[in-house]
Design a protein around this ligand. Sequence first.
Ligand code: SF4
Length: 386
Amino acid sequence: MISTLVIKAVRACNLRCPYCYYINEDTQAYGITLSDTLIHRLYQTYGDYASGREDAVNLIWHGGEPLILGRRRFQEILDAQAPYFGDAQVRNVVQTNGTLIDAEWVDFFHDNSVGVGISLDGVRDTHDAMRFDSHDRGTFDRIVEAINLLERSGIGVGVLCVAGPEIDGVAFLRLLKELGIHGCDFLIPMTNHAVQRQPGQEVDMEKVGKVLRDAFLHWVGDDNPEIRVPLFESLILNALGLRSVCSNAGATFEQLETVAVIETNGDICMDVEFGEIDRLAGGDEYRLGANLADQDFNFARVEEMLKSRTEAKGLAETPSECWPCPARTMCRGSHPGSRYDDLDGSFQHRSAYCEAMLPLSLEVVDYLDRSGLRPNLIDPRLRTVA
Ligand code: SF4
């Protein structure tokens, strides 16, 4: 079932983060928002699809910067949901850069039960170097202020951190603890084999691996279950043969059919890693070929499209290049989008994140060994100490 829609509410932003896949010098149709007609069509079709199902559905309001829409417009968007969703449980979340949040926005989130995710790229120096506004001003102080406002009013904040090569993962986790944050997902800087070959675009994955390993060791050493880190938890679960939910730890078939992205023009898409293939590597992998405005549009058909795309491209399979890898049951080829290579147009390659994921996975194995769990590892090759 498609349980999460990532809705690109607006293609505009008040920041100029250099790694942004959405807002850059070449962004076409900058300033476009999802129209009222498309929003009602989205609610009507998704409400029909979700009605009678027990699980909650998640609407993640994304951009660009979704808060640019303003409170009045956002209130209209939320108020329009009631007639369409019946008794389905709808959870609204905004994923924001945090810079526009003030006391009124906090009241708005509180009154409308809207969850908040904020992007924070490490401590002040790395964050300000990567996330600055159109006047080149860093945004760290504004975001910390926003987090404090939210926390004081009892709204828990989830943080997303792009684990770039310059991040100090340990200092970052200490900062989260000071701020009272309970959830942090580390994102690996998006790339794939085609992009890694492009001069100036490549990401130093060895350094990313060090950032993640340092953060992992601090996380387990601190033994603070209040800070949840899905990437680390997923590697542990995968190692033990349990079910993980993190696409950077190898998306499962079920996961790939649960999320769809809605573009500002109504196009239905795969997740943004596939958008990077199109933007930087000349692919055609992001759009599924359906639009909310299509006369016969429905989400049951989108679910079929996600399934058939996943099957046809082998996105949920661990690629054969990963079979000899000692970490294959944990990393599972990492995010399928990161396996793309334009030389053959296929996803049947080890991940371009491999230089980060292999050392991180082996660090997790060492930790499980120290915890006496080596005999429980699902891969027999990992059960004996090398
Ligand atoms: S660490 Fe590398 S080789 Fe091993 S499963 Fe992950 S991507 Fe494949």
